[in-house]
Design a protein around this ligand. Sequence first.
Ligand SMILES: [Zn+2]
Length: 645
Amino acid sequence: MSEARDSTGIHRRQFLGAAAAGALPSVAAAAGQAAGAAGAWERVQFARRDLPLKARPFPMTAVRLTEGPFRDAQEVNRKYLHRLPADRLLHTFRVTAGLPSTAQPLGGWEKPDGELRGHFTGHYLSACAFSYSSYGDAELKKKADAMVAELARCQEALKDGYLSAYPLEFWDRLKAGKRVWAPFYTLHKIMAGLLDMYAHCGNQQALAVVENMAGWVDRWTEPLGEEHMQRVLNVEFGGMGDILYNLWAATGKARYAEVGHRFDHKRIFDPLALRRDELKGLHVNTQVPKMIGAARRHELTQEARYRDIAEFFWHEVTNARCYVTGGTSNAELWLTDPRRLAAELRMRSNTCECCKAYNLLKLTRHLYQWSADPRFFDYYERTLFNHRLGTIHPETGASMYYLALNPGSWKTFGAEFDSFWCCTGSGVEEYAKLNDSIYFHDDQGVYVNLFIASELNWAEKGVRIRQTTRFPEQEGTLLTIEAARPVQMVLRIRVPWWATRGGAVRLNGKALGVFAGPSSYLTISRVWKKGDRVEVQFPMSLHVEPMPDDASIAAVLYGPIVLAGEMGRTDPGKERMFGPMGPTIKTNEVPFPVLRADAAHPESWLQPAPGKPLTFRTVGQAADMTLSPLYKTLDQRYTVYFRVS
Ligand SMILES: [Zn+2]
């Protein structure tokens, strides 16, 4: 596919072939179009040309979590979702629509004069929809259905399809380039929540409301024209492209894709399409949802530009801009050039915002499906176990905002009714859909990508797979097949990047004598019978991961698990643990603990702590310390990085 550029560097693209269903959208210079003139838009016509997927996801209804740390996280999140009162979540919507509300307003970013108010209600609808799909929570569905009906009333009162918890005056400010937080960001959360209620709960009213909203977005953006809109896009707008392409996919109405195209942020997309990392200084979570939109567009149209953008972004960020946990950013930004992570780490103490991990996992899930390349799940596993597991409070269900990695850090969590950060919102979604990426399939069989205790019911194939594991405390997993009648199927089990010492696989107790290399699939193709058992062992080992720009600053892992150095139970205090977005430590306040150690042989200076899984004690150091999984660390100070000499 060729690409036309004019001397100003502005892409002028025209997609043809809408009449010929299935034809590749071709790209040509839109001659005579004054891109940039007020009111002018690129002419874009969309025709569906779905990307064939190498690995397809199962619906969440087909997978259930069983006993283990992930179900614990799901459960504590579920309780939090039940505790949040619908009337309080609807309060500012009703007030804005001029409808009566006597509910006590929520606090934090949802407070009645907060400029992001209403965003969490959108996340909440998504979380309820996921909860219904992933563990059949009919009560949350009922609650969310009632909220959708109320939001429809608000929309009717607000007129013209507009639905928000803040007034139109915010949009005037956005249009005029005046200071406003992020109106489209909030709108995206509400639209996504409604579309999720349609997709997972079959709520037709939710679809009607979100279509009305999309119509409003069309009418608001139309008069601006491209140049003005590109300026509007400099204000964070969440996943507006993503939601509008999804709405196109759900309804078949190409107009929504045309409106989605207006959210093509060229200043961000163009360098990425040319494989250039110009990310330094950008706000991270403003960008990741744009890439999810690009990925979604590629899935629906097969346009190479959008694959290039999403893939280059993913590879660059996960290889050159992520810390050992799979998280990225410091103080929400990329502060340095790529691969300068040791330098970036010491610039601020607020590393790795949780939303970014959430959105990077979403993006990873898209890209994996295009190729079925298991390396995408090497990243997924790293981030899921080190950044998502363990960033929800085990008793309150509150999410973290920053996962701080500097020495002397401690974990901080949101307050029950007085935080409602972006990360609270992505958090309630995350922990309601932990079952969505364990298994994928193609026509031949199943991909087992994550080692999480769960059950898969592949109804079309007449097969159930039960995965029994205490991973990561158990260095392997057991898959048991249930099939009404014998079934030919390929079982592909992911061998992770860290399984460098090989492994073992047994079928019905008999060693198979074969294995697969790291970052590949162990494939077993046979006629499976009820009760067949596949046991896989992946021996874990200790390894040291240095920073790319300073090999003396390093983290320690055991298998996929990042180990945190315990820095003592100096109680951070409840008031400093619930409420703040991150620990209040000054950069460089606490020096890196020094390990006099041979980085190539960590087993020579780290010994297993007796009776404590995944826990180690240093030997022969000036001051010995205990290293235990970051995901289990709570109410004490820690470090993720050490100075290794
Ligand atoms: Zn966030």
